[in-house]
Design a protein around this ligand. Structure first.
Ligand SMILES: Nc1ncnc2c1ncn2[C@@H]1O[C@H](COP(=O)(O)OP(=O)(O)O)[C@@H](O)[C@H]1O
Ligand SMILES: O=P(O)(O)OC[C@H]1O[C@](O)(COP(=O)(O)O)[C@@H](O)[C@@H]1O
Ligand SMILES: [Mg+2]
Length: 531
């Protein structure tokens, strides 16, 4: 490990350096000091440069050489040596692992990075990259000195048990780590519950079950108490499986760990049924949930096509992001209309939902509507009174838009149109997440778990692991928690859905104020172009 040759203190919390403002509007990058020769302890070849990212300063590295390498940014994750510079490195036990015996290149080249954007143009700057996940030649823990713990937080998702299983098996079989404990019941389990010893034998079958073997909870994140417990129990690797809220907790824990100068690697594994975590390609369990949603959609379709004027309404999960509804619709072909939080809809008048339902009933005798639970919340609040209730984690509790819509459609057609309709409302919300993961999610979970283990053993900390353009990477937590991933109604995927269902786009009524300005401008443009 080369000594850091800078007098600038390295903060591991994404190593944000306060920078003077630059007046070089051509360049995003600020060179701290060209002669500084401040070297990254892991890459050993990237001189550090920084750039401003939307008002924040993020530590990035810019490759030397200029020319066609100009514009290369590495958004790096913290490492234990950032605040424990004398930490000893060891040869990775993977060197002797039978599993890796015939692999051509067992270890990830320390200079390997993963590009955030792969669709570029000839003159685009090379852009943002993340450190590629995988085994490193040097590790910063002796196997017999590791005491790892695993905790699961937030809502359920298919595949959590597979991730738990593979962290245990990965630590054990790849690195010879045998002291692994489970923290029960989410973050609060750190300070309120006993731990569970985890061995490959204990977790052997758990991937076949839904839910989480370790149980979960919302709320209860008390950073100091959690880190006290980590210290008290002698834990030095922490694997935390959870969504956006959980990942914010990962950042808080790793910052406190650093403050206390502890040699504890803290790894986040992103979990969300809603697929609302930014940067990563897709969250695990999402495919399984979309597949399971097909069963509810099929049921709705079978029901409504067997009766006169059948209206099937299926409510799927998706608090702020309509990915499950969108993908379930695209997969099904039985869905006539998909409603998501990101695309405001309206009921009455030309281009509205009632008109569309009437038209499909006339054409086909039935209609299937899929809606995400977070869609149309403002309407439900208007009719049943605004609620501002939150769960223990601070997430807004939703009103039942499915029941509300069923009632509205029924009232409209029976009272106003004098048309007897047959509503079948199906609410499979928990059914799509309380199941074991399918084969492809199982594979994905295995990769996530093993990448997290390699990262922690290699001394990285305060990171989230996940696929970026199909390659697993170590991603700074702030990047995945800053803005949730939502369906962009201005992207082509939503257009593909509209083209597939031929449903109204609901762009004809004034929806100003309900979508962000950038989207509004695009919608205005579309309106102008379509006149
Ligand atoms: N900003 C935050 N800082 C620290 N912990 C948080 C934060 N937001 C949520 N948490 C904790 O993360 C855990 C899970 O959060 P939650 O929002 O319920 O689920 P998810 O992580 O799946 O989004 C809870 O224990 C909660 O207290
Ligand atoms: O009833 P619970 O457990 O709070 O879960 C309901 C919510 O959890 C979600 O599945 C998302 O949970 P996470 O944020 O934990 O991934 C939402 O779709 C849903 O609104
Ligand atoms: Mg969440």
């Amino acid at each position: 490990m080369p000594a850091l040759s800078s007098s600038i203190p390295l903060s591991s919390s994404f190593r944000h350096f306060p920078l003077p403002a630059t007046d070089d509007s051509q360049s995003l990058f600020l060179l701290l000091n060209p002669n500084l020769n401040l070297r990254n302890p892991r890459s050993r070849s990237f001189p550090l440069r920084t750039r401003r990212v939307r008002g924040l300063t993020a530590k990035c590295t810019l490759r030397p050489g200029g020319g066609d390498e100009e514009g290369f940014i590495l958004e790096d994750v913290p490492h234990l040596t950032d605040y424990l510079p004398d930490l000893k490195a060891y040869s990775s036990p993977l060197q002797n692992s039978p599993a890796y015996a015939i692999v051509k290149q067992s270890f990830v080249n320390p200079e390997d990075v993963v590009a955030e954007r792969i669709v570029v143009q000839k003159n685009s700057p090379r852009g943002v990259h993340f450190r590629r996940a995988g085994p490193r030649e040097k590790v910063y823990f002796k196997s017999d000195e590791v005491r790892a713990c695993i905790v699961t937080c937030g809502g359920l998702c298919p595949g959590i048990n597979t991730v738990i299983r593979e962290i245990v098996c990965g630590l054990s079989y790849m690195y010879g780590v045998h002291d692994i404990i489970g923290i029960e019941g989410g973050y609060r389990g750190f300070y309120s519950k006993n731990t569970i010893p985890l061995t490959p034998k204990v977790v052997n079958d758990i991937h076949k079950r839904g839910g989480t073997f370790l149980r979960t909870s919302r709320g209860g994140h008390d950073t100091n108490k959690i880190v006290d417990s980590i210290q008290y129990r002698g834990i030095n690797q922490v694997y935390i499986i959870g969504g956006d809220g959980t990942q914010k907790g990962v950042a808080a824990i790793s910052q406190e760990v650093e403050k206390r100068g502890l040699q504890v690697a803290v790894a986040g594994i992103p979990k969300t049924i809603d697929n609302d975590i930014a940067v990563i390609d897709k969250s695990f369990g999402f495919d399984t949930a979309v597949e399971e949603a097909q069963r509810a959609i099929n049921a709705a379709h079978v029901e409504v096509e067997s009766v006169d004027n059948g209206v099937g309404i299926v409510k799927l999960m998706g608090r702020y992001s309509g990915f499950i509804a969108m993908f379930a619709t695209l997969a099904s072909r039985d869905v006539d209309c998909c409603l998501i939080p990101e695309s405001p809809f309206y009921l009455e008048g030309s281009g509205g939902l009632y008109e569309f339902v009437e038209q499909r009933l006339k054409e086909n005798g039935h209609i299937v509507i899929v809606l995400a639970e977070g869609a149309g919340q403002e309407y439900v609040a208007q009719s049943v009174g605004t609620i501002d209730k939150k769960d223990e984690s601070g997430n807004r509790l939703l009103l039942d838009v499915g029941l509300w819509l069923s009632q509205k459609v029924k009232d409209h057609f029976t009272r106003e149109k004098k048309l007897a309709i047959n509503i079948k409302y199906i609410d499979p919300t928990y059914m799509i997440r309380a199941i074991p993961s399918n084969a492809s999610d199982n594979i994905y979970c295995t990769l996530l778990a093993q990448s997290a283990v390699h990262g922690a053993m290699a001394g990285y900390t305060g990171f989230t692991v996940g696929p970026v353009n199909s390659r697993h990477a170590y991603i700074p937590i702030s990047r995945v928690t800053k803005t949730p991933n939502t369906v962009k109604v201005t992207d082509r995927m939503w257009a593909r859905l509209l083209a597939s269902t031929n449903q109204p786009s609901f762009l004809t009524q004034d929806i100003q104020g309900t979508v962000d300005k950038e989207t509004m401008d695009l919608i205005d443009n579309m309106r102008i172009n379509s006149i």
